[in-house]
Design a protein around this ligand. Structure first.
Ligand code: UD1
Length: 359
């Protein structure tokens, strides 16, 4: 039996590993060693996902914590390399585009351990955003590249990567379908004091949005205006980075009239998304999950890796602006047309495990 080390560390990676780990268990496919870098460590940024998504507890916890990019990446690199030297796996699995991802891929590839990248081929501007740097580098040192869509495979081809590329679908779609029976929209709305169809869910954490006082102020003023002019409540779960910046820039007064919460776990967020009017987000994963829930998202980014959704007119790139949001909500798109399996059929996890077993 093969030995595979799977490295996670941040919220979106727990969600992806949940699918792969479950599929490996179902097929008894290989000896699956789960490693948590510790990039995210608060209970509601980490533990909650392991509990809610029935994940096994990590076999190793590297405990790197927060820090400057260089230090954080270097610490994962050093600790993970040591672990790999001891474990000697046949393959390393990394997910998405975080500092944990690139550090894991680098440690493994230098030891000549093949790397499999889940969610490969995503490209977006600005090219100097940390996540873009991480994903480009990871793709170029991975042996197996698991893409969510044809567009991602085309992006790789444009950079000369054609070998080991598999279009498998999106593991986040697998998870959405699997967890749907456990969503409790009505109860969760009641718990958060929200009325069906009468609220927008907003999430913000990107460096270019929250690390600069002017851009953070601009976005929050936009949300306040949206609330005023649409009458919709704004639910704003606060990422710890955003909370920190709000206090550093003394912008807390701007959120006084918004409904802020701590970061929300997967089940509550998906349950709330079922009944929202729209989503405003700079999260890569959440703009796609909104689409799975049949909701449209204003993507607060200059560009997106999920261009299929913006090209179709389903999601739009913009800062939150009431006229824009009103127009978006008023123009009716044919849901059936845009809900057609762009990101697979919910069997991405199975496809990935099969591809690895066959290699
Ligand atoms: C990281 C990923 C990003 C992903 C996001 C999901 C990188 C470069 N970015 O961004 O791709 O979309 O995770 O959330 O890897 N903090 C806490 N508690 C925690 C975690 C973080 O307080 O459990 C605070 C710390 O002040 C930290 C800051 O949040 O400095 C940022 O955390 P970090 O992991 O560096 O980046 P994210 O913004 O979370």
């Amino acid at each position: 039996m093969k030995k595979v080390v799977s490295l996670v560390g941040a919220r979106p990676q727990f969600i992806k590993e949940a699918v792969i780990g479950a599929e490996v268990r179902r097929q008894n496919a290989w000896n699956h060693i789960l490693v948590h870098s510790g990039q995210h460590y608060d209970a509601n940024m980490s533990d909650i996902f392991f509990t809610e998504l029935d994940m096994k507890q990590p076999d190793y916890f590297l405990g790197v914590g927060s820090g400057l990019h260089g230090r954080q990446t270097a610490e994962v690199l050093t600790k993970f390399e040591e672990l790999l030297l001891n474990e000697k796996p046949d393959l390393v699995l990394v997910y998405g585009d975080t500092n944990t991802t690139v550090a894991g891929a680098l440690a493994a590839s230098k030891l000549k351990i093949p790397v499999a990248h889940v969610e490969a081929g995503i490209r977006q501007n600005p090219k100097d955003m940390p996540e873009e740097i991480n994903r480009v580098l990871t793709d170029h040192i991975s042996k197996y590249l698991f893409c969510c869509s044809d567009l991602a495979a085309k992006n790789l081809e444009r950079e000369g990567i054609t070998e080991g590329v598999f279009v498998v679908g999106d593991v986040m779609y697998d998870l959405y379908l699997k967890m749907k029976p456990r969503f409790t929209p009505k109860e969760t709305r009641e718990q958060y004091g929200l009325e069906e169809g009468r609220y927008i869910i907003a999430t913000l954490h990107r460096d270019f949005n929250v690390d600069y006082p002017d851009s953070l102020r601009n976005i929050l003023e936009g949300l306040v205006q949206v609330k005023k002019e649409t009458g919709l409540e704004i639910l704003l779960p606060l990422h710890p980075r955003t909370r920190k910046r709000l206090s550093e820039f003394r912008l807390q007064r701007l959120i006084e009239n918004l409904k802020t919460t701590e970061p929300i776990g997967y089940l509550d967020l998906m349950s709330l998304t079922q009944g929202c009017a729209a989503v405003v987000t700079d999260s890569g994963g959440y703009q796609k999950e909104a689409y799975y829930a049949g909701k449209r998202a204003v993507v607060v980014m200059p560009d997106t890796g999920w261009r299929e959704l913006t090209k179709a007119g389903w999601n739009r790139l913009s800062i939150p602006e009431s006229k824009f949001i009103k127009n978006m909500l008023a123009d009716s798109l044919d849901t059936n047309k845009y809900l057609k399996n762009i990101f697979g059929n919910g069997d991405a996890g199975e496809n990935i495990v099969e591809a690895i077993l066959k290699r």
